[in-house]
Design a protein around this ligand. Structure first.
Ligand code: PLP
Length: 337
């Protein structure tokens, strides 16, 4: 494949084409009917189908982040994430696609038998640094440390925060909100998983209205309520838009015992999507996001005539992590922190 080059993108920012866009918007009528919704009321935005080493929401962010890295003359992408980070996998793939080096820091210890995203991380071949058990801020600190180490060694690192959640990355979702508006005219609500919050922030800024987006917190960071409105304002300024109106909506009821911990509601969502629609959700993000959508509907927080879009953000490889195998099969789990 020819190496993709930066090209002028929306809002005056360079982007490098990495994702298959636009992603499809499809009806989920069989799932909708099961929940008691009208035909056409429940839709799915297929950002699991962006391509780039398995796809997911990080592809849209990386289009702008990689262009920025090249514009700054950087030679190495540096990022990090949790053990089954989709962002790490996709950043490594993006680096390979555009011809940059890549260093990733991953929470936890190197597994004896890789599974899920780690199989793909090792195949893609970035420099991997296992940092042992680490929370969100410890991972951010390790990214900064690794960038400093590379700088001292004469390299030109481009540090990308966990989840690609800075304003440049979130631009991808400002553009994605506009993309959705060209595919459907009356969107009542978008439901999306919230990890680092960059996707939610970009969508809210792109719509110009917080009340159109319901974020489902998956427990990745403790300050999501502060970060999403902050990042939404930041990316709106960057794109030359007004800050979004209304107040930010985030549901914290689906986290369960913690980030990446299986819950019964998540498993119900995985099963419903798979068996009624042939759509595969993941145990860390999209399963909990769909569980949040179902709960909001059952609580009467989603109106009967509201056109609701479930934003599928990817994450399929995590389903193949050994920690979830028994949970997927039987509903019980050997999952530990
Ligand atoms: C990273 C990720 C999210 C969360 O996106 P943020 O922008 O970090 O909030 C959701 N779903 C999947 C599958 C992801 O990999």
């Amino acid at each position: 494949m020819p190496t993709p080059k930066p090209e002028p993108g929306p809002f005056g920012f360079a982007r490098i084409s990495l994702a298959h866009l636009p992603t499809p918007l499809e009806p989920l009528d069989r799932l909708g009917a099961h929940l008691g919704m009208e035909p056409g009321a429940l839709l799915i935005k297929r950002d699991d189908a962006t391509g780039l080493a398995g796809g997911g929401n990080k592809a849209r962010k990386l289009e702008y982040l990689c262009a920025d890295a090249q514009a700054r003359g950087c030679d190495t992408l540096v990022t990090g994430g949790g053990h089954q980070s989709n962002h790490v996998r996709m950043t490594a793939a993006a680096a390979n696609r555009v011809g940059l080096e890549c260093t990733v820091v991953i929470a936890g210890d190197r597994p004896a038998h890789p599974s899920g995203n780690v199989v793909l991380d090792e195949l893609l071949g970035p420099a991997i640094i296992w940092i042992g058990p680490a929370d969100y801020y410890a991972i951010e600190a390790a990214i900064a440390e690794e960038s400093d180490r590379l700088t001292a060694a004469g390299r030109h690192p481009y540090a990308i925060p966990v989840g690609g959640a800075n304003a440049i990355g979130a631009l991808g979702y400002v553009v994605a909100a506009r993309e959705l508006q060209t595919q459907a005219n009356e969107i009542g609500l978008v439901v999306v998983a919230g990890g680092s919050g960059g996707t939610h922030a970009g969508l809210a800024a792109g719509f110009g209205d917080h009340t159109l987006v319901l974020g489902i917190d998956v427990g990745a960071r403790p300050d999501l309520d502060q970060q999403v409105p902050l990042k939404a304002n930041e990316v709106a300024v960057l794109a030359g838009l007004n800050p979004p109106t209304g107040s930010c909506q985030i549901d914290h009821d689906q986290i369960g015992p913690g980030y990446a911990a299986p819950t019964d509601a998540c498993r119900e969502a995985l099963e419903l999507a798979a068996r009624l629609e042939g759509v595969i959700l993941d145990p860390v993000y999209t399963g909990k996001a769909m569980a949040g959508l179902i709960q909001a509907w059952r609580d009467g927080r989603i109106g009967a005539s509201t056109t609701t879009v479930f934003w599928h953000t990817g994450g399929l490889p995590a389903l193949f992590a050994s920690a979830y195998a028994d949970w997927v099969r039987t509903g019980s789990s050997l999952w530990t922190t």
